[in-house]
Design a protein around this ligand. Structure first.
Ligand SMILES: [Zn+2]
Ligand SMILES: [Zn+2]
Length: 168
């Protein structure tokens, strides 16, 4: 009996450490000067593809590394593009490296979630490759612009990549 309770204690300890590591990654950024956003290219979390956790980032409200959590999506809209069915196009000028949208897969109803990601078409030469990010301890897949994209241009991604590495 004694042995069993020890095992349970140990299990809790390990879980606590894992949870802590996954959920609270605090970067060493300094709060930015007035009128600027913090957690730019040199943010430790950003470099590791981890989003800062709201409430723990030293930059507070000025943290720019919470794009999934704050849903900082680019302006996109779906359109009918003939044989391919629906596609997604840029509704504003998108600059290189910009976060476009979270990709949540096809099993989630676009109307309910309001996620346009499911309308996006696959291309072998995509202008918006996918990236995996850690957001509050969960793996999320987002689309990021490979280059500048003009308003009205179709946005494409590499669907096989998401399938191989798992989006859901
Ligand atoms: Zn930071
Ligand atoms: Zn931050």
């Amino acid at each position: 009996m004694e042995y069993e309770s020890m095992k349970v204690d140990h299990w809790f300890e390990v879980t606590d450490v894992v949870e802590f590591n996954l959920k609270i990654m605090v970067c060493h950024c300094k709060p930015p000067l007035e009128g600027r956003m913090g957690c730019g290219a040199k943010c430790l979390n950003r470099m590791l593809n981890i989003e800062c956790v709201q409430g723990t980032c030293p930059c507070g409200e000025l943290c720019s590394n919470q794009q999934f959590q704050k849903r900082r999506y680019a302006k996109l809209k779906w359109f009918w593009c003939g044989k391919k069915g629906y596609g997604l196009q840029a509704h504003e000028y998108i600059t290189e490296g910009q976060f476009l949208i979270e990709y949540v897969g096809e099993n989630i109803d676009a109307c309910v979630k309001g996620n346009l990601g499911r309308f996006i078409n696959h291309s072998c030469n995509p202008n918006c490759p996918t990236e995996k990010w850690m957001v509050n301890g969960e793996v999320c897949v987002g689309l990021f612009a490979l280059r500048d994209i003009k308003k009205g241009e179709e946005v494409t991604f590499d669907y096989n990549y998401v399938r191989v590495f798992g989006a859901a």
